[in-house]
Design a protein around this ligand. Structure first.
Ligand SMILES: [Zn+2]
Length: 155
């Protein structure tokens, strides 16, 4: 299914809504949604601090929920929208889950593993290729992070 730009924006807005949930819990505001056949089948936001679990990133939470819901670990028919460029762990999970397409809000120059620090999703030797689109609602996705860190520094 090919989505119009406005549809991509709509799904990223939903990922941002997840990021805002993380923000309210004092977590680094990152959110993700997984879409299949034009519908959101799972949502996730960062809960690393709350759960004391370094693997509890938005993408991992959303992947786990989607797999449970669909009864399969294969998400090749699914799209993921995530507000921040995935880290190495999440990029690995995206490959493992065979996510079909990935839509990224803003870049993570310090830890991004889909082009910034390294680009795990463009390694030819991996037999799964993910189609990646960057910069969906880039401003909004980056502003929420900047606001969060600005607030943190004030404390
Ligand atoms: Zn991650």
């Amino acid at each position: 299914m090919i989505y119009e730009k406005s549809t991509q924006h709509w799904f990223m807005t939903e990922a941002l809504r997840e990021a805002k949930k993380a923000y309210k819990k004092d977590e680094c505001p990152i959110g993700a949604v997984i879409v299949k056949d034009g519908e959101i089948i799972s949502r996730g936001h960062n809960e690393k601090e709350l759960k004391n679990d370094p693997t509890n990133h938005a993408e991992i939470v959303a992947i786990k929920k989607a797999c449970k819901k669909l009864g399969t670990w294969r998400l090749n028919e699914c799209d993921m929208y995530v507000t921040l460029e995935p880290c190495a762990m999440c990029a690995g999970a995206i490959i493992q889950a065979r996510v079909g397409r990935l839509f990224i809000g803003t870049f993570d120059p310090k830890a991004g593993a889909v082009g910034s620090v390294i680009d795990l999703l463009s390694v030819d030797s991996f037999n799964h290729r993910v189609e990646v689109t960057y910069g969906i609602l880039k401003e909004e996705c980056s502003t929420i992070l900047k606001d969060f860190f600005k607030e943190l520094r004030k404390r």
